[in-house]
Design a protein. Structure first.
Length: 259
């Protein structure tokens, strides 16, 4: 394997380990890495990362399913919004073209903004949840169901453009909508929903020829063992330290992409 190939595999391992430790989707980490470090076109980086995320999250979804920590009704509601929203978003992207300089700039700015928002959510999630609980009672089941579909729609649009959103943002939204649901079931449901979301969006990018398959293979070669290592380290590293460190990295990278 050439030095460039080793660097892709090492990057996949590092991102996989961080995902295993933090639970935050690989899109928040891998897409900006592909753009800033390897110089890959933003649209191609997004498409490649979506398939990468679908493969890596599938293993997590299987584990959560076997452990019965997935609320499949929530997954269905999220997917009923995200799948059509992703398809429509990709159709619009195809209409305007993905290779032009304007679309490249738009994708970079949108990705940067999504990373900054994700960083802020990671830092202030406890405060956001406490504030929301103090002002709003638990939503009625019918309203919660509707807002879950709306959440899926937003994640479908955001994920198709930037590959970011199904991790920290999705978990936070579910915590606000279903405060009585145990956290493991929130996380498991979000991971299970990330699989169809990233798969639909990734296949759309594949049809638009915005995926680098050789790079995808090298990333997966490193990320799959990386997730296993990260999952074991997660219980040994303080959660607050992980969240603050990751949010700092995302904020810096997001700001860099928006310039």
């Amino acid at each position: 394997m050439h030095s460039a190939g080793l660097l892709y595999t090492a990057s996949g391992f590092c991102v996989g380990a961080l995902v295993g430790m933090t639970g935050v989707g690989g899109g928040s980490l891998m897409t900006p890495l592909l753009i800033l470090l390897f110089g890959i076109h933003p649209a191609t980086a997004v498409g490649t990362d979506l398939i990468y995320a679908a493969a890596t999250k599938a293993g997590g979804a299987v584990v959560h399913g076997l452990n019965q920590t997935v609320e499949w009704r929530l997954v269905g509601r999220l997917a009923s919004g995200s799948a059509p929203a992703s398809a429509v978003t990709l159709l619009i992207l195809w209409r305007f073209g993905l290779s032009g300089p304007q679309m490249q700039h738009f994708t970079s700015v949108a990705l940067g903004a999504a990373l900054v928002v994700t960083a802020l959510v990671l830092v202030f999630r406890p405060s956001i949840v406490a504030w929301f609980a103090g002002w709003v009672d638990e939503p009625p089941p019918s309203l919660a169901a509707t807002l879950t579909v709306v959440t899926g729609t937003v994640l479908g649009v955001l994920g198709s453009i930037t590959s970011v959103g199904a991790g920290a943002l999705g978990v936070t939204a579910l915590i606000l909508l279903y405060p009585r649901l145990p956290t493991p079931r929130i996380v498991g449901s979000d991971i299970a929903h990330a699989v169809p979301l990233t798969l639909v969006a990734g296949l759309g990018h594949l049809l638009l020829s915005s995926i680098n398959l050789p790079v995808l293979g090298l990333l997966l070669l490193g990320s799959l063992p990386g997730i296993l290592v990260g999952s074991q380290l997660a219980i040994r590293v303080p959660d607050t330290l992980l969240r603050l460190a990751l949010s700092g990295v995302l904020f810096i990278v997001g700001s860099r992409l928006m310039v």
